[in-house]
Design a protein around this ligand. Structure first.
Ligand code: PMP
Length: 404
């Protein structure tokens, strides 16, 4: 994999910040976009902007075809059996809320239990809390071990006939931990529970095969896989999606409307009310094509090198502690430095053109678990290189001189 050639495809990577070349290490928050994705957006608006599905004119047909082509691309990207199992949403957050509001409302009753983990993003905590409160159900939490892995023994003990749903992150956005979701799904299915996998962080790094994983639902966001913001997908097993109540009401999700009674559309349109995010959805296919053209194996190998290099370099900094040392990790390093607030480091690094994320990363309970206010998080993408990690390490030394 030629990183220099890949970098050339990302125009933003050649800009400067505060007079320094940009070092972009906030990929877990959102990835940068290749020129092809940017072009796909502008091409749509310049050449075939139209509303989809309803029009018979040429523009509407072209737009519909391109929009539906992305559905096939997502199907292939995550290995779904049927294209109608792919529902377009605004992203992971909306996908999870969709399941909570439809499947959840239909299937969760008083006394039922929902299991999540101690490393969930707020978007995989709050929707279940709201549902539990409404239904009188109970939220159970798998603890996180000191090394940032889940306490699998406790998970086994939490599972029971009361468990109706396990909703679990595949890759932690704060620690980088890769959870053994396949094994967890098999265990949940043994007690009759359904499983939702939050793939917001995993989709860009790991090979996703929802059939092999056997998850019931899978959610991810376009903007973290080199695609645009405002679009993502929910995968659900066909028989579940077919039997769930509708999410939002409006155009497109109906078959026939009378004032007495409305019948609903077939999958996947049943869950896609109103004019969707056409342009971004179309450009999402371009992003998935970009990933495919490089190959996840190549990406993973390059990112593993970056992770190993960064871990070794950062650990050598006195007082620096990496939070989360799971055996299986993606290319993300979260750390704290004794006597220094993460935010102060973030501000000083920004002055040197280095973009990292500081804070709780929308995982406040996880920060509490580790007894810290937050971390500095450097997350790497396929276009990052070792030289940039050297810049980060030098920047940290400089920042520490100022702060300590
Ligand atoms: N889950 C995880 C693990 C995430 O990292 C994120 C995004 N930071 C989300 C869910 C929510 O994704 P989005 O904001 O794109 O809906």
């Amino acid at each position: 994999m030629r990183v220099s050639e890949i970098r050339e495809q990302f125009p933003i990577l050649s800009r400067t910040v505060k007079g320094k070349p940009l070092v972009y290490f906030d990929n877990a928050a959102t990835s940068q976009k290749p020129q092809s994705v940017i072009d796909a957006l502008s091409h749509y608006y310049s050449h075939y902007n139209a509303n989809i599905h309803r029009g018979i004119h040429t523009l509407a047909e072209e737009a519909t075809l391109a929009y539906e082509a992305t559905r096939f691309a997502v199907q292939e990207f995550i290995g779904a059996a049927f294209v109608e199992e792919i529902i377009f949403t605004r992203g992971t957050t909306e996908s999870i809320n969709l399941v909570a509001n439809t499947w959840g409302r239909q299937n969760i009753d008083a006394g039922d239990e929902i299991i999540i983990s101690g490393m969930e993003h707020h978007s995989n905590i709050v929707p279940w809390q709201i549902l539990c409160e409404e239904k009188g159900a109970v939220l159970k939490v798998i603890p996180v071990k000191d090394n940032g892995e889940l306490a699998m023994g406790v998970y086994q003990e939490l599972l029971s006939s009361k468990t109706k749903l396990v909703s679990i992150v595949q890759v932690s956005n704060s620690l980088g931990t890769v959870n053994p979701v396949k094994e967890m799904i098999a265990a949940a299915h043994k007690v009759g529970a359904k499983v939702l996998v939050d793939g917001a962080q995993s989709a860009v790094h790991l090979d996703i095969d929802v059939q092999d994983m056997d998850c019931d639902f899978f959610a991810f966001s376009g903007h973290k896989v080199y695609g645009p913001t405002g679009v993502g997908a929910l995968y659900g097993k066909k028989e579940l999606l077919e039997n769930m109540p509708v999410f939002q009401g409006g155009g497109e999700m109906i078959k026939e409307v009378t004032f007495e009674r409305t019948t609903y559309n077939d999958l996947p349109y049943k869950y896609e009310a109103g004019t969707p995010n056409i342009a971004d959805t179309i450009a999402l296919k371009t992003a998935l094509d970009f990933i495919k053209s490089i190959g996840k194996d190549q990406i993973r190998a390059h990112e593993a090198e970056l992770l190993a290099y960064a871990t070794a370099q950062l650990e050598a900094i006195p007082g620096l502690k990496i939070i989360g040392n799971a055996q299986d990790k993606v290319s993300l390093v979260s750390f704290v430095i004794e006597g220094v607030h993460p935010q102060d480091i973030g501000v000083l690094l920004d002055n040197m053109g280095i973009a990292v994320r500081t804070g709780h990363h929308c995982t406040q309970p996880l920060m509490k678990r580790f007894g810290i206010p937050g971390t500095v998080r450097a997350s790497f993408a396929l276009y990052n290189q070792k030289e940039e990690i050297d810049v980060l390490v030098a920047g940290l030394h400089k920042a520490l001189k100022m702060l300590l």
